[in-house]
Design a protein around this ligand. Structure first.
Ligand SMILES: *Cc1c(COP(=O)(O)O)cnc(C)c1O
Length: 395
């Protein structure tokens, strides 16, 4: 019988039943090393004892109340996130696209408040911001947009890391109000926005009165070894979007803002029923507490260096491997040929990972990844890639 689940995902032929740390088991009892974390979501791995205890406790008290009332856990989470990011206020929602949608609305309102009737936002080639109409329009991938035209207008696209192109926009587009950029593009193939580029964007935004808005949905929540990936460049944005790893698997999104952006929205101008409910906020608070108390930022950095170093060494001079790049536990291995088949081959070797932009093997292990698990990952991946490249069609 055909599945009643809508066919929007090409799924792998396994179903996972339970997990512990960075290990998961499928319904056949096979064990896998999780080097994907449900796409950067399971920050603390699976069944983390502290998260489980916090969620059990919270479920027994309150799951949802409504934003019609004060929500102390939401206040606490806003305090914590603003402290971590140097921000002033937070808005809570339920996903990455919702955080980005809120950022886009905030930027437009910021423009209208400055007398700009048709505000425009600068976005980047190969960006991914989500699949709502506004966020897919901001996304720089024709495959995500095709069939859903007409796109939402008001976006100006330039190449990532092209300072001159960004400056040219200032001369040619008087209605620009914001620059919206991922600190490290995830779906775009683990492509970092260079530190110099982010600093130039910050300076240009200051000069033009634009908002610098950073999509940290995938690269945030400590994944790169700092709370936010843009902190490696030493820049401070006006707006930060978060989601994926923030509550270690419980759906949540957050928009952080500072300066004028912190008070751009007023009552009635944005909202969501589920956003910032007690369960999601509790999960996020516990996730952040564990990252902090267990030194998981340092671990992400150390494990990332370990993995990247081992991969660079193993692939040095290997024809077919273009580059190993990334920061902390957000790592891409770019091949010179389509690498999708490697996902299934690694599944057979007991490792969960993913390929993005067709040629980039993507590793996003949980922040609790141990040194031994990092070794295991490298030991499984290296021979698989070597074998794959020997049989892969030449580009
Ligand atoms: C995943 C992702 C999104 C979309 O998040 P959803 O929760 O799937 O809506 C947006 N931006 C980036 C950078 C992402 O990686």
């Amino acid at each position: 019988m055909p599945s009643h689940v809508m066919n929007t995902y090409a799924r792998l032929p396994i179903a996972l039943s339970h997990g512990e740390g960075a290990w998961v088991w499928d319904t056949q009892g096979r064990r896998y090393l999780d080097a994907l974390s449900g796409i950067a979501v399971n920050t603390l791995g699976h069944a983390h004892p502290r998260l489980v205890a916090a969620l059990r406790d919270q479920v027994g008290k309150l799951i949802h109340t409504s934003n019609l009332y004060q929500i102390p856990l939401q206040e606490q989470l806003a305090d914590r996130l603003c402290a971590l990011g140097g921000m002033d206020t937070a808005f809570f929602c339920n996903s990455g696209l919702e955080a980005n949608e809120a950022a886009i609305k905030l930027a437009r309102l910021h423009g209208h408040n400055r007398g700009i009737a048709r505000p425009e936002i600068v976005v980047f080639e190969r960006a991914f911001h989500g699949r709502s109409l506004a966020t897919l329009s901001a996304t720089g991938n024709p495959k995500v947009q095709k069939g859903f035209e007409p796109l939402v207008e008001g976006f100006v696209r330039v190449a990532l890391n092209d300072v001159a192109a960004l400056q040219a926009v200032a001369d040619t587009h008087p209605d620009v109000v914001a620059v919206f950029v991922e600190a490290i593009q995830g779906e775009g193939g683990i492509q970092p926005a260079q530190a110099d580029f982010l600093r130039a964007a910050r300076a240009l935004c200051d000069r033009q009165g634009w908002l610098l808005m950073i999509d940290e949905v995938q690269c945030g929540t400590g994944r790169t070894g700092k709370w936010f990936a843009h902190q490696w460049a030493g820049v401070k944005p006006d707006v930060i979007a978060m989601a994926k790893g923030l509550a270690s698997g419980v759906p949540i999104g957050a928009l952080l803002a500072c300066g004028t952006a912190a008070t751009t929205f007023g009552p009635g101008q944005h909202g969501t029923t589920f956003g910032g409910n007690p369960l999601a906020c509790r999960a996020a608070l516990e996730t952040l507490a564990v990252i902090d108390e267990d030194g998981l930022l340092a671990n992400a950095q150390a494990r990332g260096e370990q993995i990247q170093q081992a991969l660079r060494q193993a692939f040095a001079g290997t024809p077919g491997v273009v580059e190993v790049r990334g920061q902390g536990l957000m790592i891409g291995i770019e091949l010179d040929c389509p690498a999708g088949a490697l996902v299934g081959q690694m599944l057979e070797r007991g490792v969960l990972l993913n390929v993005t932009q067709e040629r980039v093997i993507r590793l996003l292990p949980p922040l609790i990844f141990t040194q031994e698990q990092a070794d295991l990952l490298v030991q499984a991946l290296v021979p698989a890639v070597h074998g794959f490249l020997q049989t892969a069609p030449t580009p």
